[in-house]
Write a protein that binds this ligand. Structure first.
Ligand SMILES: [Zn+2]
Length: 74
């Protein structure tokens, strides 16, 4: 797809790390599938992926996790 930020680049599929902070909880998700702009490097997650991350984050907050590194399993 065309990048919405720079309007110049095309995005291509790749894997990124995503940092989520929620109150006292910090989570790092590795290996998250995303579309990445070849021009400016902007990263796009699908809403399904985004929902998965938020769900995991909510569970981690409920468990009282301070810091956790997770490998994203699609
Ligand atoms: Zn771009």
């Amino acid at each position: 797809m065309k990048c919405a930020i720079c309007r110049n680049g095309e995005t291509s599929a790749g894997r990124i790390s995503v940092l989520l902070e929620n109150g006292e909880t910090t989570l790092v998700f590795k290996n998250v599938p995303a579309q990445i702009c070849e021009n400016c490097g902007e990263e796009y997650l699908t809403s399904a992926t985004n929902n998965d991350l938020l769900k995991e984050a909510k569970e981690a907050v409920a468990r009282g996790v301070d810091f956790e590194m997770l490998r994203y399993a699609a």
